[in-house]
Design a binder for this molecule. Structure first.
Ligand code: G6P
Length: 372
C-alpha cells in the first residue's frame, strides 16, 4: 500500500532515498574510538582472521558486484588475495579450497539457493564461512560460522539498491577489521579509512540531490535501445551494476565494460548517437587512471558516442568531452563506488517509470531465488 511506501510513488524510490541511513545504520556500533572493530568478527576469532591466506567471495546478481568492489579494498588494505565468484559457478567445478581459505558470502535475502549451496559446499570441505546478510535469522547466516548483518532495513523492490551500498559498507568494515588484526595498515591509516566511511551518508545525500536532472535525462532517453557503461578500477563493477539495473528495471540492452578493455573489442560497438555512461575516477585520488579514462572518452566521442559522465565535483578535464556530467562529491578512490552507483540507480528507475513499467516488480524476476 501507499502508506508502506511512506508517501513515495514506489518502494524503489523510497529505498533509493534511504541509502544514507542504510550506510549509517550498518556502521553503527562497529567503529570504536575512530577505528573499525566489528564485534561479530572479534567473536569469530581475530587469530583465525590473522591466519587467512585467501578469501573467496560468493554471491549472485547485485551482491556479486558489491563483492567485486570489495576485492579492491580487501586486497589494498589487508593484503589478502580475493577471488569473487558467482555462487553457481563456484559450486560446480570442484574449486580449490585450502585450509587457510575463508569464504565470505553476500546475500540480501540470505535465502538465495545458489549461494546457500556454495557456502554449504565450502563448509563441508572444512572452510570457514562468514555471511554478509540483510535479513535477521535467514538460512545463509544460520548456516555460516559468523555473520555481519547489513542494516539497510527491509528491501521490497525486486532490484537491489540500498542493500548494495550497505553490503559494500559491511565489506569495508570487514576489510578494515582484517587489516587491523593483521597489522597491514597503521593506526593513522585505519582512522583515515573509518573517517571516510563515516562521511559517506552525507555525501550520498548530496548525490540524491541530482535526482531531478537525472530524471530529465531519463525522460529524454526513454526510447533508447542500448546503453553502454564504462568504468575502471572500482568503477568497473559499478559499470556492471549500472548495466544490470537498466536491464532489470527498463528492459534495455545494457553492457558494462572495463574502460581499459574498450580497445580490445567493445569500441566496435560505438556508432553515432550511442549513449555511454562513464564512471570517471578522481583526478586527484586516481591521478594515474584519470587521464586514461579521459582519453577513452575522447576516442569514443570522436566516433559519435553520447557521453554521460559521472565525475568528481571540480573535474574540469571531463567537461569539454561530455554531453552530460553528473557530479559526485570528493571521496578517496575506494569510496567513490558508494557515490557513483546512486545516479545509475536513479537513471534506471526513472527510465522504467518513463516507459510506464512496474519499477518495483519487473517482469520475470523474483526478489529472492530459492531454487538452483
Ligand atoms: C535476485 C534479485 C537480485 C539480487 C539477487 C541476489 O536475482 O532479483 O536483485 O541481486 O537475487 O539476491 P540476494 O538476496 O542473494 O542478495
Amino acid at each position: 500500500s501507499a502508506s508502506d511506501k511512506g508517501g513515495w510513488s514506489s518502494f524503489m524510490a523510497k529505498e533509493v532515498s534511504e541509502q544514507p541511513d542504510a550506510v549509517a545504520n550498518t556502521l553503527r556500533g562497529r567503529i570504536t574510538d575512530g577505528v573499525v572493530t566489528v564485534p561479530e568478527l572479534t567473536a569469530f576469532g581475530d587469530d583465525i582472521l590473522a591466519g587467512v591466506g585467501r578469501i573467496v567471495i560468493v554471491a549472485c546478481g547485485t551482491a556479486s558486484y558489491a563483492g567485486a568492489v570489495a576485492k579492491y579494498a580487501i586486497e589494498k588494505w589487508a593484503r589478502v588475495p580475493v577471488d569473487v565468484e558467482l555462487s553457481h559457478e563456484f559450486r560446480y567445478r570442484e574449486p580449490v579450497l585450502t585450509a587457510d581459505t575463508l569464504v565470505v558470502s553476500i546475500s540480501q535475502s540470505g535465502e538465495t539457493m545458489d549461494t546457500l549451496m556454495a557456502v554449504k559446499y565450502a563448509m563441508a570441505e572444512g572452510t570457514k564461512a562468514i555471511s554478509i546478510c540483510n535479513t535477521q535469522g535467514a538460512t545463509i547466516p544460520r548456516e555460516s560460522d559468523a555473520v555481519i548483518y547489513t542494516h539497510a532495513g527491509p528491501e521490497v523492490a525486486v532490484a537491489s539498491t540500498k542493500a548494495f551500498v550497505a553490503q559494500i559498507t559491511a565489506l569495508y568494515l570487514f576489510a578494515l577489521h582484517l587489516a587491523r588484526v593483521r597489522g597491514s595498515l597503521t593506526q593513522a591509516e585505519l582512522r583515515a579509512q573509518a573517517a571516510q566511511l563515516q562521511a559517506i551518508p552525507e555525501k550520498i545525500q548530496i548525490v540524491l540531490g541530482e535526482a531531478p536532472a537525472i530524471k530529465q535525462l531519463a525522460t529524454w532517453m526513454s526510447d533508447t535501445r542500448a546503453v553502454l557503461f564504462l568504468g575502471r578500477h572500482v568503477g568497473f563493477p559499478i559499470a556492471l551494476e549500472g548495466a544490470l539495473k537498466l536491464k532489470e528495471l527498463a528492459y534495455i540492452h545494457a553492457e558494462g565494460f572495463a574502460a581499459g578493455e574498450l580497445k580490445h573489442g567493445p569500441i566496435a560497438l560505438i556508432e553515432p548517437g550511442q549513449p555511454v555512461f562513464v564512471v570517471v575516477p578522481s583526478p586527484r585520488g586516481s591521478a594515474h587512471l584519470h587521464p586514461k579514462v579521459i582519453s577513452n572518452i575522447q576516442e569514443i566521442r570522436a566516433r559519435g558516442a553520447r557521453i554521460i559522465a559521472i565525475a568528481e565535483l571540480g573535474d574540469a578535464a571531463v567537461l569539454p568531452f561530455a554531453d552530460t556530467v553528473i557530479h559526485i562529491p570528493l571521496a578517496a578512490p575506494l569510496f567513490e563506488p558508494l557515490l557513483a552507483v546512486i545516479p545509475l540507480q536513479i537513471f534506471a528507475m526513472e527510465l522504467s517509470i518513463a516507459k510506464g513499467l512496474d519499477v518495483d516488480q519487473p517482469r520475470n524476476l523474483a526478489k529472492s531465488v530459492t531454487v538452483e
